[in-house]
Design a protein around this ligand. Structure first.
Ligand SMILES: Cc1ncc(COP(=O)(O)O)c(C=O)c1O
Length: 380
């Protein structure tokens, strides 16, 4: 039995997505920039894909550029905006719990002279709004806060942050990689000026993402070359991946309610059963978190040990976030939330998609109820 509870790391591509990728590869291989008929066919095809991806977040096609994924979209938004608008201010603000794609872009800008501020979060991982209010000054150029945290599933108060940021005339970027497909995104309601999404977290192909840039927001490219994507992201577009992304976006929109309800069911079942059957476990995910993530600490057992025991039983999970699991050091997210070392060192992330079932969750509970006491005895 294979139970995949690591959907925040990546998701299985939908078979219809695979078909769309293969079909585009075989049949729409012209370069969208070519002047002949095959180029025009590819360009029209890409225009249609762009409109479908845009629609999935309530944007228009003109507001979307395709990138190589969430990391590039975050870097383009943050570095691209700050480079193009240096004269408007020198302060940039983010939170301590962001994904490295944002934190490292901030560090890069810090090295080039920007003043970076990393906002505190509360015990649930939510941004400290008083800290934000204190730091928002006339000199603030850009604020970047993620919609949903990849390690804990914490949802940030994006609309409130947007109002505060805009009140001082700054620009607001949101990394929505983990909320896409789990929380309905409407760019107008959310109030962000730039939004990052990535296809592979929503059953699309890896290596393709999008950046929503509100009309009127000016950015400089970070990849220079032939001027594709309105000059904002050079390189021949990855049309097969874009076709897969558009298909994944269609499917996500069509199945949204069903999929969210399935994820909520699995998450709540797992949480309730684990907390009622196992002593000394801590749920690090807040009550009102996203449906797709459950972060739990099994005190006394190192995350990697339990991860591999579960793997032996056919259950796939993450210790902390997959993107940082090869790096040494404790989770910066749980640390910022004020969690003790023994809680951080024993934390596992279970993350779900609409295809997960209660039977899978029930099997995981059985395995954990059996293995956790054994491991605790051995490790004592
Ligand atoms: C919140 C968040 N932002 C950005 C990324 C990076 O996305 P990608 O893998 O498409 O570069 C991830 C990936 O885990 C993520 O969880």
């Amino acid at each position: 039995m294979n139970i995949y509870f690591d959907n925040s790391a990546t998701t299985a591509p939908n078979p219809l997505v695979c078909d769309a990728v293969a079909d585009a590869m075989s049949n729409v291989y012209g370069n969208p920039s070519s002047l002949h008929r095959m180029g025009k066919t590819a360009e029209d095809f890409m225009t249609d894909c762009r409109a479908r991806v845009a629609k999935s977040i309530g944007a228009t096609a003109e507001e979307i550029i395709f990138t190589s994924g969430g990391t590039e979209s975050d870097n383009t938004a943050i570095i691209g905006y700050c480079t193009a608008n240096k004269r408007k201010g020198n302060k940039i603000i983010t939170s301590k719990v962001e994904h490295p794609a944002v934190l490292e872009a901030f560090k890069f800008l810090e090295h080039s002279g920007f003043e970076a501020v990393y906002l505190d979060v509360d015990e649930n991982g939510r941004v400290d709004m008083d800290h934000l209010a204190r730091e928002l000054t006339d000199d603030t150029l850009l604020v970047s806060v993620m919609h949903v945290n990849n390690e804990t599933g914490t949802i940030q108060p994006i609309e409130d942050i947007a109002s505060a940021v805009h009140a001082v005339g700054a620009i607001f970027h949101v990394d929505a990689v983990q909320s896409y497909g789990k929380i309905k995104i409407d760019v107008k309601k959310l109030g962000a000026d730039m939004i990052t999404v990535s296809a592979h977290k929503a059953h699309g192909p890896k290596g393709v993402g999008a950046l929503y840039i509100r009309k009127g927001v000016r950015i400089s490219p970070i990849i220079h070359g032939g001027g594709q994507e309105r000059g904002l992201r050079s390189s021949t577009e990855n049309l097969p991946a874009i076709a897969g992304f558009a298909k994944a976006a269609d499917i996500m929109t069509e199945n949204f309610d069903k999929s969210v309800s399935a994820m909520c069911g699995v998450k709540n079942y797992l949480k309730d059963k684990l907390t009622s059957t196992l002593p000394n476990i801590t749920v690090n995910t807040p009550e009102d978190s996203v449906c797709s993530v459950l972060n739990v600490s099994f005190t006394g057992i190192r995350s990697e040990v339990l991860l591999h025991v579960l793997e032996d039983k056919g259950i796939y999970v993450s210790s902390g976030s997959a993107c940082s699991s090869h790096k040494k050091g404790r989770s910066h997210v749980l640390t910022a939330m004020g969690k003790r070392d023994n809680i951080i060192d024993s934390s596992l992330r279970f993350s779900f998609c609409g295809a997960n079932t209660l039977e899978e969750a029930s099997y995981a509970v059985d395995v954990l109820s059996e293995q956790v006491p054994i491991l605790r005895r051995i490790m004592r």
